[in-house]
Design a protein around this ligand. Structure first.
Ligand code: HEM
Length: 128
């Protein structure tokens, strides 16, 4: 059904929450990404579920609770390099495969996420 949003196809908020849980368990095992994140990822996962819901065409849960996402600004406290963006996308791709998301849908979602991920880069790799 072409009127379905990615949010619908992912199983709405519950489906996205599962994807996000898998994603952060991979992030916490990634030696490049994990040092940037808090040890307890509960709140991070909660916000990411809200954000990805709206990013993929669902209700604006993130904005309702936290205001405008301003993602690049919210990531400025963290030194994010191209390598971090690649690692972030690799974890998301793996999480989507683990959650058995249809490969065609994966391609669409990952190409959108890649643009956002590389937009977060605020530090040269050599500066680390
Ligand atoms: C928050 C890292 C890409 C969405 C965060 C936090 C870190 C981080 C360290 C703070 C976690 C916390 O204190 O709870 C990264 C890195 C990325 C990346 C290294 C690599 C490029 C992205 C992308 C998206 C995203 C592509 C969206 C598609 C968010 C959201 C939050 C967040 C919604 C919560 C913001 C808030 O505090 O309200 N990220 N991120 N991030 N990130 Fe990322």
């Amino acid at each position: 059904d072409e009127s379905k949003t990615p949010y619908d196809l992912l199983g709405e908020k519950e489906g996205i929450a599962k994807l996000v849980t898998t994603f952060y368990s991979l992030v916490s095992q990634d030696s490049l990404l994990s040092p940037l994140f808090p040890e307890d990822l509960t709140e991070t996962a909660y916000k990411q579920t809200q954000f990805l819901s709206q990013f993929f065409g669902g209700p604006p849960f993130y904005t309702e609770e936290h205001g405008h996402p301003m993602l690049r600004a919210r990531h400025m406290p963290f030194p994010i390099t191209n390598s971090h963006a690649k690692a972030w996308i690799a974890c998301m791709e793996k999480a989507m495969t683990i959650q058995k998301i249809d490969p065609d849908l994966q391609n669409i979602l990952l190409s959108r996420l890649k643009m956002t991920a590389f937009h977060m880069v605020n530090t040269e790799d050599s500066e680390r």
